[in-house]
Design a protein around this ligand. Structure first.
Ligand SMILES: [Zn+2]
Ligand SMILES: [Zn+2]
Length: 151
């Protein structure tokens, strides 16, 4: 093998080595940040970074398969949305006439004035016209309206 070609090969290998080392370091850094945003505590991050640090792309591929699907921020947002939906489904009601959201203690729809609840005869708290008794004081309501259909 002649000298210049050998030098060129050595240079090429050195460059390739430096390039791989850079990619490796970047990958470890990326995994470090990514796992920190996805899991709480230091251990998962330590495991992930040492995995990628020792096995390079193989470890990275394993990490990509095993990492939590959501980041902590996404999980937090999802939880928030879930809670809002739950709150809306339990506390919020829709006006039967105009579908405006009415709060549980509203007696009239703030938009169209439809009476969504009537005050209890005893405790005066808002009770839905479809309820048989007052959920606050247990007063059985005298109902002039049609009886509720049995399920
Ligand atoms: Zn309304
Ligand atoms: Zn009552």
């Amino acid at each position: 093998m002649n000298e210049p070609l050998y030098e060129l090969m050595r240079l090429g290998i050195a460059l390739a080595g430096a390039f791989i080392a850079m990619v490796w370091a970047a990958l470890v850094l990326w995994v470090y940040r990514d796992s920190q945003s996805r899991s709480e505590g230091f251990l998962p991050t330590l495991l992930a970074t040492s995995l990628v640090g020792s096995t390079f792309v193989v470890g990275w591929a394993i990490y990509m398969m095993l990492r939590p699907r959501q980041t902590l921020m996404e999980a937090y947002r999802g939880e928030l949305q879930h809670r809002e939906a739950l709150l809306a489904s339990t506390s919020g009601e829709l006006c039967p006439a105009c579908s405006t959201r009415v709060m549980p203690d509203f007696r009239l729809c703030p938009n169209c004035g439809t009476e969504v609840k009537q005050p209890c005869d005893v405790c005066k708290r808002p009770v839905r016209s479809s309820w048989n008794l007052c959920p606050y004081c247990g007063h059985v309501r005298s109902r002039s309206a049609a009886p509720v259909e049995e399920a």
